[in-house]
Ligand binder design. Structure first.
Ligand SMILES: Cc1ncc(COP(=O)(O)O)c(C=O)c1O
Length: 498
């Protein structure tokens, strides 16, 4: 009897939910109420795992099969996804594009000894770190930046072809679309490379393009343009949960065995089946209703653009305007909206912070001069109305902070490489030293310095910290709400080669 009593007592204790741990509390009571102009772009009507806590399971559940082989249900859902996304093969990732970049680059480094990759400078830091770790020689095309809006502009077709001719890479890596949704004329470039350099593998970093394949109103997807391989963050704009992604590739130039070897060995042995299910659900949703869902986000984006135009101080940066000064821009994913805020007297950092703290409106990205709005599948006209009201109030707010003049923060345009990445990778800790940022001019960086968002390193190991770059950091670090990922995130000191 006593035993029974104890047992039922224990049971009731187990079943009683705790009041709410810190993060569960925030997620349950705050986050879900926010207006999101950011990732993840979840469609709330898509298939969902009903109770993630009850359904969570492990690979010990043998009859489901194994995602890393793949076998069982996983083989089936990967095959289905390959057809839906226009690929010969697809794998799911539970570590975003970050994990996929490591998987793909490890496989390529084994397929092509002494691998040289030519890339645009706006690579995510996972690309650079993977190249460092796998001894890949990563060569960059000269970066092109639009300093008025502080965004990266793709290189022209001619610059890319010239770069291939000069550096003779085995792989060309293009980040397409850019964070802001800007795309190259990918089909034309792929076709030209196929004709002139048929052996070059074309790897598209398509983190921001997992939805492209499902609407003619969006730029062409990497698979449709004929690229060899691409990685996507399905959690960004493709309808799946945070952390999820896909790798798609075609048979011709990619060694299947090596890619599967990387996938098996770099994937966690306990992948979240909830995330894998959300990828399968995103595939289903995009396949069945993708065109309609994309029409929805483009309509909301158009409404927002129209209304922002009437708010004093907030200027929409249109694709036509960007194209005028940047002929390499072919198209844009118009579900993203760049708003230049310099005429409000606030910086983009400040506007994003006010929107979040005062109005619980979250924007995707912000910098000194702009904010970036990403329209997710769940966005409504009500969100547009509330956001416009907030912007109108911000426009009228007295400015407490000194006006940062437009163009005050110039992103560096010349980034000289002094040491090869593979050489810096071999440096010992004793060959590196920490110096004050103010005395780092002319020194060689021994760390990555990455402003967030967007997560694109401004400094990569082995590059010179020129006066222009150091001056940029000295200004950036004092901007309210600037977030910098570096050894010393306050950027008082930096790591340099001794
Ligand atoms: C171009 C690019 N690649 C990769 C990533 C990282 O993707 P994930 O967060 O899915 O790991 C990002 C993140 O913003 C990105 O902008």
């Amino acid at each position: 009897m006593n035993l029974y009593k104890n047992f039922s007592f224990m049971q009731s204790k187990v079943q009683k939910r705790p009041a709410g741990s810190h993060l569960t509390h925030v997620l349950n009571h705050k986050t879900h109420k926010a207006i999101r102009w950011c990732t993840p772009s979840i469609d709330l009507s898509s298939s969902q795992v009903r109770n993630p806590y009850l359904s969570d399971t492990s690979i010990s559940y043998q009859s489901l099969g194994y995602p890393s082989e793949p076998s069982g249900i996983f083989k089936k859902i990967y095959e289905h996804a390959a057809v839906a996304y226009g690929a010969d093969h697809t794998l799911f990732s539970v570590n975003g594009t970050t994990g996929s970049n490591f998987i793909v680059l490890r496989a390529l480094s084994k397929q092509l000894p002494n691998l040289r990759i030519l890339a645009q400078r706006n690579v995510h830091r996972s690309v650079v770190v993977a190249c460092e770790d796998y001894g890949i020689n990563l060569i960059f095309l000269s970066p092109k930046l639009d300093n008025e809006n502080q965004i990266f502009i793709p290189n022209t077709e001619e610059q890319i072809i010239e770069g291939i001719k000069k550096t003779k890479p085995q792989v060309l890596l293009l980040t397409n679309p850019t964070y802001e949704g800007i795309t190259l004329n990918l089909k034309k470039i792929v076709t030209r490379i196929r004709n002139e350099y048929p052996k070059v593998i074309i790897f598209i970093e398509e983190a921001w393009g997992s939805h492209l394949h499902f609407s003619k109103k969006l730029p062409i997807s990497a698979m449709e343009a004929g690229a060899d391989i691409c990685v996507q963050s399905t959690h960004k704009q493709g309808g799946a949960l945070q952390q999820s992604g896909m790798i798609h590739w075609k048979n011709d130039r990619i060694n299947l065995d090596l890619l599967m070897d990387s996938y098996r060995n770099l994937s966690t042995s306990s992948p979240s089946f909830i995330l894998l299910a959300s990828l399968d659900a995103a595939r289903e949703m995009m396949e069945k209703k993708g065109t309609e869902k994309i029409d929805h986000i483009l309509t909301i984006a158009e409404q927002l653009r129209k209304k922002v135009k009437n708010v004093k101080g907030f200027e929409i940066v249109s694709t036509d305007k960007l194209k005028k000064t940047n002929p390499s821009i072919y198209q844009r994913d118009e579900s993203k909206i760049i708003i230049n805020v310099t005429q409000t007297g606030y910086t983009g950092f400040e506007v994003a912070s006010i929107l979040e703290k005062k109005y619980r409106i979250i924007v995707e990205k912000y910098n000194a001069n702009t904010i970036l709005i990403l329209v997710p599948f769940r966005a409504t006209l009500k969100d547009v109305e509330l956001t416009i009201n907030a912007l109108q109030e911000i426009a009228k707010m007295p400015k407490e902070i000194k006006k940062q003049t437009q163009m005050d923060l110039m992103m560096p345009t010349k980034i000289p490489r002094i040491l090869e990445l593979s050489d810096v990778a071999k440096l010992l800790w004793s060959q590196v030293e920490k110096v004050p940022l103010t005395s780092a001019k002319g020194r060689i960086a021994a760390e990555y310095i990455t402003p967030f968002p967007p997560g694109i390193p401004v400094t990569i190991k082995g590059e010179e910290l020129t006066s222009e770059i150091v001056d940029y950091y000295l200004k950036l670090k004092d901007y309210p709400n600037a977030h910098i990922s570096a050894e010393d995130k306050s950027l008082e000191t930096v790591l340099v080669v001794k």
